[in-house]
Design a protein around this ligand. Structure first.
Ligand SMILES: NC(=O)c1ccc[n+]([C@@H]2O[C@H](COP(=O)([O-])OP(=O)(O)OC[C@H]3O[C@@H](n4cnc5c(N)ncnc54)[C@H](OP(=O)(O)O)[C@@H]3O)[C@@H](O)[C@H]2O)c1
Length: 263
């Protein structure tokens, strides 16, 4: 088990789901933590639990990463803690579901800001110091959706494809310089994600647990992989586009996800 004592980790979207599970696993390995999410009220109980259970230092930063200046405000507050970030987990994110023309343009824009723009910007702000120190870890939460086009979740699938491609490129660019970059690709996982999305779904199997996702991520880090897919069934479905062709898989997905009712 990798030891993160004397290391500080920043986790975005730390107030629930996969992000909260990451904070728990990192604290169990001795890391001090900076937790970021929009609501201080939701972050506080997570922070208190980590301090009580693991005796680590924890800072909370309420921030809306959909705002243009969100990532810069976050990093400003991180710098105010006087801690260098050794581990960055870009986890904050959400999806939108429905016919593209009917989805509020504003919400899709916020989705791109959180799922894509903030991931790139926060990484850009924190990675140079890791390079200077000659060590660091960046974990970006992508999705099995990153491997294929996802009709009725077009913006989400495209956003996660960005995260996957971006992470693999940085993995190859920085692995010889002491920086590990990993994309974690969960399939349907038991979190608030589907309440926010407004539709339940699974890839035929049971929902995965957040602990399973985080364990897969640590296995990926231990093995120095560029990306990791959580769960065997998710691994198979993620490879469908490669085997069957991107158009065919998008067509099948469109039939599966098409919203009920007109048109
Ligand atoms: N669950 C799945 O099936 C699944 C599958 C593949 C990938 N993922 C990815 O896993 C990541 C975590 O999602 P989850 O499943 O754990 O869902 P979740 O429980 O809804 O957690 C999402 C986290 O992101 C935060 N967040 C949302 N909007 C934000 C914003 N504007 N600024 C800063 N933080 C924001 C949320 O804070 P609030 O609660 O305060 O809004 C929450 O802490 C996401 O990137 C998601 O795309 C999830």
């Amino acid at each position: 088990m990798t030891d993160f004592r004397n290391r500080t980790a920043l986790v975005t979207g730390a107030s629930s789901g996969i992000g909260a599970a990451f904070t728990e696993a990192l604290a169990a390995r001795g890391a001090d933590l900076v937790l970021a999410a929009p609501s201080e009220g939701k972050l506080r109980p997570v922070a208190e639990r980590l301090r009580a259970l693991h005796g680590v230092r924890v800072w909370t930063v309420p921030v809306d990463l959909a705002r243009e200046d969100g990532p810069d405000l976050l990093v400003e507050q991180v710098r105010a803690t006087d801690r260098e970030i050794d581990v960055l987990v870009n986890n904050a994110g959400f999806g939108t579901y429905g016919r593209y023309e009917e989805l509020p343009a504003d919400r899709d824009h916020r989705e791109v800001m959180v799922d894509v723009v903030a991931v790139e910007r926060v990484t850009h702000l924190l990675l140079p110091a890791m390079v200077e120190r000659g060590h660091g870890t960046v974990v970006n939460v992508s999705s099995t959706s990153g491997f294929q086009a996802v009709p009725y979740m077009a913006v989400y699938g495209a956003s996660k494809a960005f995260v996957l491609s971006f992470s693999i490129a940085l993995w190859a660019e920085y692995r010889s310089r002491g920086i590990q970059v990993l994309a974690v690709c969960p399939g349907p996982t038991d979190t608030n994600f589907f309440e926010v999305l407004g539709r339940r779904m699974s890839a035929g199997g049971r929902l995965r647990t957040t602990d399973e996702v985080v364990s897969a991520a640590f296995r990926g880090l231990d093995r120095g992989l560029p990306y990791v897919i959580d769960g065997r069934l998710n691994y198979l479905t993620s490879n469908a586009s490669r085997l069957l062709g991107r158009g065919l898989v998008a067509g099948i997905t469109a039939r599966t996800l098409r919203p009920r009712g007109r048109p």
